[in-house]
Design a protein around this ligand. Structure first.
Ligand SMILES: *Cc1c(COP(=O)(O)O)cnc(C)c1O
Length: 467
């Protein structure tokens, strides 16, 4: 082949892997040889393919190194971003549910940093049990005899049923066969746990006699599910915990309640819609209750199982427990959150979830006035910003009908396209802002805005993002 022919093939003019690596020494130092050389090869392969398709390509070493630097920095970024939740839903599953209190965050860092006595009894030098870090706290706060913890409440329900009801029948009221966010269906979880769901009553009315009639020698337990994410209103009847506990005792069956949210304080005293506490359910005669750690409790994602000592001990021995057990960081955070509940009068300050839920409307309103002024001065004239009363949802299936009075900003635009553009610009801010778009209005509910400075300071970037 002649030299002329060689030079006419543009693929020949691409630099070699070694040449690019030589020019990328700084990147190799920062990101390591493996990552950089893999990317160089991939990049050159792509360029060669582009040339093969007859496309013109930039192929100097300098240009390549520049593009590598950008790609490496991009790949090195976390996929997680801190957001500002102005959606009006306080406990938002898609936005990570509860924000942890500082002492829980410190506890997470501490156990992550060094070996710990996770399952080690320092007094005797023998093997310990990881549940001990939270069990007595849970018992103290709920009145239960014993407790264990798993990854989430769905896992808690699965483990309880798989231990106490495998191959047996479990009567559940039709009105309680809930579906939560499309991801947790009681009937499916029951099936996976190996028990047979017996649906009783009608969707709106279930009587004690329905339970009584469904019990036979294959029945393993009686289960009640807290219908936290929907409410059948009007002509309804459900059987109370005390009555069901009595029936269960007569028939010598365990009485299990899936409480969903799991509240540990007197909500009415905090000015919130009433929600029964875990302690009340235990007091009413529940043998085992399950509830979430990251809903109303305001802690890390986990599922808490509390109740009779003999039953908890059986549950703990189920091999599934090993598969569902909690990580040390979650345990450490949970212990700190539970300790806060020892001083209920301080919860409003110290626990972010309850701080958000109990914020005074007048406080949110004055914040709305401040923020409205800034936003109005920044947004182009085809946007109109008004401060407005609005309603926050508690979220995550807790108290679905109840909403709490709040305050926020209602933003309207001269066209739908402008409003959509603003929604996108808000998402592209350094700390993305998530509002609620409804009927041509973007509402920013300020109930959860605990970083007003960050929010206001980054607003200047909105103008550029809207261009
Ligand atoms: C939320 C909820 C669950 C699932 O809890 P996770 O902690 O999200 O797994 C189960 N049962 C009820 C009644 C719930 O409200």
């Amino acid at each position: 082949m002649s030299r002329l022919a060689d030079n006419s093939d543009p693929r020949r003019s691409l630099p070699s892997v070694d040449a690019v690596l030589n020019g990328a020494q700084e990147l190799v130092e920062q990101w390591g040889h493996t990552q950089v050389s893999q990317l160089v090869r991939a990049e050159l392969d792509e360029l060669r393919a582009a040339v093969g398709r007859g496309e013109g390509v930039d192929s100097t070493v300098d240009q390549l190194v520049q593009s590598l630097a950008a790609k490496l920095a991009d790949a090195g970024q976390s996929t997680f971003r801190q957001l500002i939740n102005l959606s009006g839903t306080v406990i938002h599953t898609n936005l990570g549910r509860a924000v942890l209190p500082q002492r829980a965050i410190d506890a997470v860092v501490s156990v992550a940093q060094a070996p710990s006595n996770l399952e080690f009894d320092l007094a005797t030098g023998s093997r310990g049990e990881r549940d001990t870090h939270v069990e007595s706290l849970i018992c103290e706060l709920t009145g239960a005899e014993a407790a264990t913890v798993v990854n989430n409440n769905a896992a808690a329900v699965l483990l309880v049923l798989s231990t106490l009801a495998a191959k047996g029948e479990v009567p559940v009221s039709r009105g309680e066969l809930v579906e939560i966010g499309g991801s947790f269906r009681i009937p499916e979880v029951m099936e996976r746990s190996g028990c047979k769901l017996i649906e009783i009553g009608a969707t709106n009315r279930t009587h004690l006699s329905d339970y009584d009639g469904a019990i036979n020698d294959r029945t393993s337990l009686i289960m009640k599910v807290h219908t936290s994410n929907f409410k059948v209103e009007g002509f309804t009847k459900s059987v109370g915990e005390v009555e069901l506990a009595e029936l269960a005792r007569e028939r010598q069956l365990p009485f299990v309640i899936d409480l969903g949210s799991g509240n540990l304080v007197d909500f009415a005293a905090l000015g919130l819609p009433d929600e029964p506490t875990v302690a009340q359910s235990i007091d009413n005669g529940a043998d085992v209750v399950t509830f979430s750690g990251d809903k109303l409790l305001g802690g890390p994602q986990c599922g808490i199982i509390a109740g009779r000592k003999d039953l908890i001990s059986q549950i703990r021995k189920n091999p599934l427990k090993r598969a569902l057990r909690l990580d040390k960081m979650t345990l450490a955070a949970l212990a700190e959150v539970l300790k806060l509940y020892r001083s209920p009068e301080r919860l409003r300050e110290e626990l972010p979830t309850l701080r958000f839920l109990t914020r005074e409307v007048s406080d949110i309103e004055s914040q709305a006035t401040r923020v409205q002024e800034v936003l109005t001065s920044i947004l182009p004239s085809h946007y109109r910003v008004e401060s407005t009363a609005c309603q926050s949802q508690i979220g995550s299936g807790a108290l679905p009908i109840e909403s709490i009075k709040s305050f926020g900003l209602a933003i309207r635009a001269s066209t739908d396209a402008h409003l959509r553009q603003l929604v996108i610009a808000m998402r592209n801010l350094p700390r993305p802002v998530i509002g609620r778009l409804n009927d041509g209005v973007l509402t920013l509910d300020l109930r959860c805005l605990d970083c007003e400075d960050v929010f206001v300071q980054q607003l200047v970037e909105l103008a550029a993002l809207l261009e």
